[in-house]
Design a protein. Structure first.
Length: 283
């Protein structure tokens, strides 16, 4: 049997394989490793964050309403102008948040943020004065309890450092939807030691928002991060407030009832400070 025609093609194939292996080998003779896939804050990455959120609203709301109160002790009856000042103070509160970020291209991302219901304590205060003389008539202050405040925001974020950096500061701007649960006011006015009731109603609001933040990775190849951010929300929901206040100027023989009715915008404009952890991944 003639083997030479079979051995020649086999030898050529073996030599070609050895040549290809030599081409893939490094200086030491071992195969050259393929470069690792790109990592960092690159297009296609997802980030999920969660943690604590401190909601710090604008605490001061002040307004005045003017009334003409009839003095029944005069003959004929005289009308006395009375100014009633109304204040609403809202305290800060700590709650929690969760957000999801999608980096659709290097340096740019969309972030959906939700701040859970924050129980904000509200206090109503009122003071009455005789408008002509400035005579102080009386004042009261009553706690209204807690009102649940929540925010949902959509941001366009810009990460301005190289995607491979371990720390990633960013800025963002977007739109925010805020909502405050309404409730009844219990015992906010006084009548000779007794109490009356009122009603308060908060509306929702859609407005602009902005933020600055930073992510810090535990390691170059680590998927866990620490996050801190500060957000400002230009939130001005509608406010409806109604209660009756009873007051008695010095020369009045009996108290007069003044119906306070307010329709206005409540400039909450909160700062929200977040501190949490995050997890970065890609599909």
């Amino acid at each position: 049997m003639r083997l030479k025609p079979l051995l020649i093609p086999l030898a050529v194939a073996v030599n070609a394989g050895l040549a290809a292996q030599s081409a893939l080998a490094g200086p030491s003779g071992y195969p050259v490793q393929a470069p690792p896939p790109p990592s960092g804050y690159i297009a296609g990455s997802m980030i999920v964050r969660a943690g604590a959120a401190w909601v710090d609203p604008d605490e001061d709301y002040r307004t005045f309403q003017g009334f003409l109160a009839d003095n029944p002790s005069t003959d004929p009856v005289e009308s006395v102008p009375i100014d009633v000042g109304v204040g609403l103070d809202i305290d800060d509160e700590t709650t929690w948040f969760i957000s999801g970020t999608y980096i659709f291209m290097d340096h740019w991302a969309l972030e959906l943020y939700w701040e859970s219901d924050a129980g904000l304590d509200a206090t109503l205060s009122s003071a009455a004065f005789v408008a002509d003389t400035g005579e102080f008539i009386g004042a009261f202050s009553e706690g209204l309890g807690e009102f649940d405040y929540s925010t949902v925001s959509l941001y366009l974020d810009w990460f301005f450092l190289d995607p491979s950096c371990l720390w990633q500061p960013y800025v963002g701007i977007g739109i925010a939807y805020t909502n405050i649960d309404e409730d009844f006011i219990r015992g906010v006015t006084r009548v000779e030691g007794g109490r009356d009731h009122g009603l308060i109603n908060f509306g929702s609001d859609t407005s602009w928002t902005a933020q600055v933040g930073v992510d810090l990775a535990f390691g170059r190849d680590d998927t866990w991060i620490v996050n801190a951010s500060a957000m400002y929300v230009d939130s001005e929901p509608d406010l409806e407030l109604g209660f009756n206040t009873f007051t008695r100027p010095a020369d009045f023989g009996e108290p007069v009832e003044l119906p306070v009715r307010i329709r206005d915008e409540l400039q909450i404009d909160p700062w929200i400070f977040n501190l949490g952890v995050g997890y970065k991944f890609s599909f």
